[in-house]
Design a protein around this ligand. Structure first.
Ligand SMILES: [Zn+2]
Ligand SMILES: [Zn+2]
Length: 238
């Protein structure tokens, strides 16, 4: 049996640096039992558009006040987990430290999110990651959303395509409010050359949904480029 070099290297690294919980650093598993227990799946009732958990009775027609006002261009955004401390730490470690062991775990989690009736009823024809600006992607070495989209594509059999490009470099959105985020992102995304999406139903893939501004800008670009419909899936929701 030929053991891939990547696995050999990983085993050597495990000996040098024994695995520890990527959230709380406790030695042992990649995610300790205590941290697993703290992951919070977003469960019904939630807004059918933005997956915001809402109190009250479960209803398939529930749309939150914010979505009624904003009228997003995407049909719905499926979100897997609450972006609580554990989830934020995992995403942060994955994004800024490129921990490959985490990629597998987060891919499994976004696949859990995929098992949602909205995806079953309106399955997309292509999965498209939210792009990073090329400068940011060079700094980071990879695009976390592209990794998640690829993993989801492998598990669902739905093709994957990097149809979008971030053509304007924007500073981190973390400290901006909703209005500022929207302004900051206006016109920031364009279609890649030769992107053929006429009549296609597209699902955007991203790590976190915060205000929905990024997904909204990407959706507008895809629809203007000929997409028939746009939806989205994210690992977590802030
Ligand atoms: Zn832990
Ligand atoms: Zn909503």
């Amino acid at each position: 049996m030929v053991v891939p070099i990547k696995i050999l290297l990983q085993s050597a690294l495990d000996l040098l640096y024994p695995p520890h919980c990527e959230s709380c650093q406790k030695p042992g598993r990649l995610l300790c039992r205590n941290c697993v227990r703290q992951l919070r799946r977003i469960r019904s009732p939630y807004c059918q558009v933005c997956s915001l958990p809402v109190s009250g009775r479960s209803s398939q027609k529930l749309i939150c006040a914010d979505c009624r006002l904003r009228n997003f261009h995407f049909q719905f955004a499926i979100c897997g987990y609450e972006a609580n401390d554990v989830m934020r730490r995992l995403i942060h470690r994955f994004k800024y430290h490129g921990i490959s062991r985490l990629e597998l775990l987060l891919s499994q989690l976004i696949f859990h999110a995929w098992r949602d009736r909205r995806a079953t009823l309106q399955p997309p024809e292509i999965l498209v990651p939210v792009p990073l600006h090329s400068r940011r992607e060079r700094e980071r070495g990879f695009n976390q959303s592209a990794r998640l989209a690829k993993a989801l594509s492998r598990r669902t059999g739905i093709p994957y395509g990097t149809l979008l490009k971030k053509s304007v470099f924007t500073e981190s959105q973390t400290l901006l409010n909703r209005r500022q985020r929207r302004q900051n992102l206006r016109g920031a995304f364009t279609l890649r050359q030769n992107s053929l999406l006429t009549g296609l139903s597209v699902m955007l893939v991203d790590d976190v949904l915060t205000t929905g501004s990024t997904l909204e800008e990407c959706s507008k670009t895809l629809l203007a480029g000929g997409a028939r419909a746009v939806s989205a899936i994210t690992l977590a929701r802030a």
